[in-house]
Write a protein that binds this ligand. Structure first.
Ligand SMILES: [Zn+2]
Ligand SMILES: [Zn+2]
Length: 283
């Protein structure tokens, strides 16, 4: 029992450190160090208030209690040989270890979309206390996973299921966990750095963005996806002004994505934002 408690406590502590380090690093770079230079990329001009940040950090850390409970469950599954984890990289074809990352991202996003969609129905919203996550409308990196533990419990239920059902190498799992957390931080960052045409280009049409999730916090009844907007496009829950709103925010970006899969893909000019507004020099 002591061994189980120790493993779960280490997982819980590591999750707290990961949350504080990754969110604070993004915040320090974007909101502090490059605050003036990158102001044009800020989706909403106002900065989040200190009260907002305190609210997010408090719930971001409280939610980590789930790592203790799920740590116990996952270690028990491991102890009794129920996990499909494999340590011999050669046990599967070399491409399997890499291909499983986008597959997991798609599955995780599908789980998130549907559970999040249900969280916006009255009963599940109350049960999961989803209002805690919507307590802040002007999001910041600290909003990532800043949810009530009841919501976090539902969101994390995906993890033991995939660990039992899908063979995953620990390296693949580690990369997947870093990518999911990074995408969550970027999605909540409040800054849009993705190139112009991102929502309309066939290369990235189904990808999520900071603007995409910002509109969810602003509007509440659209944009339920997390890493992707695939299900929102399929189910008609995409914010109707998303594309235009995004391009307005991205007009300063020197890069743009090709709008069609034609010759522009191979021309340098096709990737440069020629409509970019003139830089306004400091007085
Ligand atoms: Zn959010
Ligand atoms: Zn929501």
């Amino acid at each position: 029992m002591l061994e189980y408690t120790l493993v779960a406590s280490v997982l819980c502590a590591a999750a707290c450190v990961r949350y504080l380090v990754m969110t604070s690093a993004y915040y320090a770079v974007v909101y502090k160090h490059f605050e003036k230079r990158w102001a044009k990329y800020k989706i909403e001009p106002q900065k989040p208030t200190a009260k907002d940040i305190r609210h997010e950090i408090k719930w971001g850390l409280l939610n980590k209690v789930n790592f203790f409970f799920y740590g116990l469950l996952i270690y028990w599954l491991y102890d009794y040989g129920h996990l499909a984890l494999y340590t011999d990289w050669g046990a599967y074809p070399w491409w399997y270890g890499w291909l499983i990352i986008p597959v997991l991202l798609f599955l995780h996003d599908a789980y998130f979309f549907w559970s999040h969609y249900l969280m916006h129905t009255p009963v599940i919203r109350r049960l999961t206390r989803h209002d805690v996550h919507h307590g802040v409308r002007n999001v910041s990196p600290y909003s990532a996973f800043s949810v009530h533990p009841a919501e976090g419990f539902l969101e994390m239920a995906f993890r033991p299921v995939i660990l039992v059902l899908i063979p995953i190498h620990p390296l693949t799992l580690g990369i997947f966990l870093i990518i999911t957390f990074a995408l969550n931080v970027i999605g909540h960052s409040g800054y849009e750095f993705f190139p112009r045409n991102y929502p309309s280009s066939p290369l990235t049409r189904f990808g999520s963005s900071a603007t995409f999730h910002y509109l969810h916090h602003k509007n509440g009844n659209t944009n339920f996806g997390l890493f992707l907007c695939f299900w929102d496009r399929m189910m008609g829950t995409m914010h109707p002004d998303y594309d235009a709103f995004f391009d307005e925010r991205a007009k300063h970006n020197p890069l743009q994505l090709p709008e069609k899969m034609d010759g522009s893909l191979f021309r340098k000019k096709g990737w440069v934002n020629s409509d970019r507004p003139e830089e306004i020099s400091a007085p």
